[in-house]
Write a protein that binds this ligand. Sequence first.
Ligand code: G1P
Length: 291
Amino acid sequence: MIKKAILPVAGLGTRFLPASKSIPKEMVTVVDRPAIEYVVKEAVQAGIEQIILVTHSSKASIENYFDRNFELETTLENKKKFDLLDEITKIIPSNVSIVSVRQPQPLGLGHAVLCAKDVVGDEAFAVLLPDVLVKTNAEQNDLARMIQHFDDSNAAQIMVEAVPDDLVDQYGIVDVKQAPAEGQSIVMQGIVEKPAIGTAPSNLSVVGRYVLPAKIMQLLQNTPKGAGNEIQLTDAIAALQQTENVEAYRMAGQTFDCGSKIGYLKAVLHYGVAHPKLGGEFKKMIKELDL
Ligand code: G1P
């Protein structure tokens, strides 16, 4: 059973400037809550009980968001605003804890994951990259399915989705004999970080959701700098795949890359129309737009 999830949030979000100049990009609002809340909820819905933030000194507002705020709670209580009080105290269930460790230098995603080594210990764990929102609901949670596949096969799971051939150089790409059906996993033959266009082994890109054995931490310790002169998680997974089965899990849901401005706008549209209270009016507004 996977109970711990690492969320690397130390990145400075240069793709999202100027919005991310003085607030973390993870705190930028998608409809009525920060983007990071959707990612934490996705993890919690999949059974995660400990969220490990790998963070940076400039990003305390992320930890504050998931902490209690006694002053605000007392004010809302005194003003009898019980709905709001309920909302801000129930962002995460009481059985879920948030802990944080620092990534002291920006040495890459692999290094960020390695910073959580002592918190993870000898347990298998999930990694969720918070730039990417994966639309979920109680019936369909791709991370939960990946965890199920891991429990069944004991093979690391890497979530993938197909991307256009001219975008493969922006992602980790997996090598598989045959593309798995949505919701299914298949043993992969290899994985490569940001291959040049025309050299990629497939068009199945790494989405930013992983289920990994604790052993990956030892491999990360020995992983040299790779693409972009950074320590890449992809390279440690490639090393793992040399010694044991690693599976590509093909997601069934939809992703939104909130690290890019256009991906963010798409997320606002989709989550806006799906919002239980605001969705109806928001849809009406969109239809009324004279485009
Ligand atoms: C990271 C991973 C890459 C993955 C991508 C998904 O890259 O290294 O394998 O495909 O996230 O968003 P980054 O976007 O941080 O450069």
